[in-house]
Design a binder for this molecule. Structure first.
Ligand SMILES: [Zn+2]
Length: 302
């Protein structure tokens, strides 16, 4: 009985993830179109071809909020928008102009579905009664926000405020729920303050010292939201450590092969986001394993 329930929920969350991933992909393009429009209004330099390609997303002739092909701007029908299914059945091409749609949309759908299902299987539903279900629902919203931020930062080296502020608000509520259900509320608040200092405070100082050259203010805000998500200073430390390891693992081979130069820009946001998700689910296991290792080496000393 319980097994059937779990399988049913996995299937449901997988499908929900595909749909939310599809929504996240569409949101990324709309945010970009709006960004280009605002940059142009502010007389900043804008890639003319990209502007022309994305503007129709903002100026819709119909009142309906319909998706369209980015090449031929044909309005897509419901059967063109089935998550993953449409992409697979059309071989990754637009039904109307036959141009390649690219891997971005199906990738967003698969990543979101895997993140939803993975979170469900790893979530601790035994901690605080029905609060666990509420936190989990909120976590799914936060995941979608993080996936949008991750994709946008990877593509355009920017963390848009239109997603950032709702993310900070959602993660603040998430942190509040954790404190409300903690056995030691005061300790939880101190630990949260520590997490904020580690993930946001350090970036704030670097941002101030370098006058925005090393670290953008977007990363300071991102760090604040991620600290709310973790709510624990030790996990925040693990996340910061993992983010640097991940960044090094990606950047170093690129530098050695000469694909990433001294002046290349590498967004740090995605590494911090991925590291935070890893720390949330595996951070405690990682730290206790590490501390065990540490104890062991002490006890085996003569
Ligand atoms: Zn097309």
């Amino acid at each position: 009985m319980l097994m059937h329930m779990t399988i049913a929920l996995v299937v449901f969350l997988g499908f929900l993830g595909l749909c939310m991933g599809s929504f996240a992909g569409a949101t990324v393009w709309r945010l970009r179109a709006r960004q280009l429009d605002e940059d142009k209004q502010a007389n900043e330099e804008v890639d003319a071809a990209e502007y022309k390609r994305l503007q129709p997303l903002l100026h819709k002739k119909t009142t309906e909020d319909r998706s369209q092909c980015l090449h031929c701007h044909h309005v897509l029908r419901w059967y063109d928008l089935l998550p993953l299914g449409s992409w697979l059945s059309l071989g990754g091409k637009c039904r109307y102009c036959r141009k390649s749609i690219g891997n971005f949309e199906p990738l967003m759908e698969i990543i979101t579905a895997v993140a939803f299902v993975g979170s469900f299987l790893l979530w601790d539903f035994s901690a605080a009664g029905y609060f666990d279900e509420v936190s989990f629902g909120l976590w799914l919203i936060i995941l979608v926000q993080l996936i949008i931020l991750c994709a946008y930062d990877t593509k355009w080296f920017l963390l848009p405020d239109r997603i950032m502020w709702p993310f900070i608000a959602a993660s603040a509520v998430f942190a509040g729920l954790r404190i409300a259900t903690a056995t030691d509320a005061v300790g939880a608040i101190y630990s949260l303050a520590g997490a904020v200092a580690i993930l946001s405070g350090i970036y704030l100082i670097l941002h101030r010292v370098s006058k925005g050259q090393w670290i953008g203010f977007g990363d300071v805000k991102l760090g604040l939201g991620l600290a709310f998500v973790l709510g624990d200073w030790l996990l925040a430390f693990v996340a910061l450590f993992l983010a640097n390891v991940l960044a090094l693992a990606v950047v170093l081979p690129g530098m050695l092969r000469g694909r990433i130069g001294r002046n290349s820009r590498v967004p740090f946001g995605p590494f911090l986001i991925i590291a935070t998700v890893l720390a949330l689910f595996f951070g405690s296991a990682l730290t206790s394993w590490y501390l065990d290792l540490f104890n062991m080496s002490f006890t085996t000393l003569p």
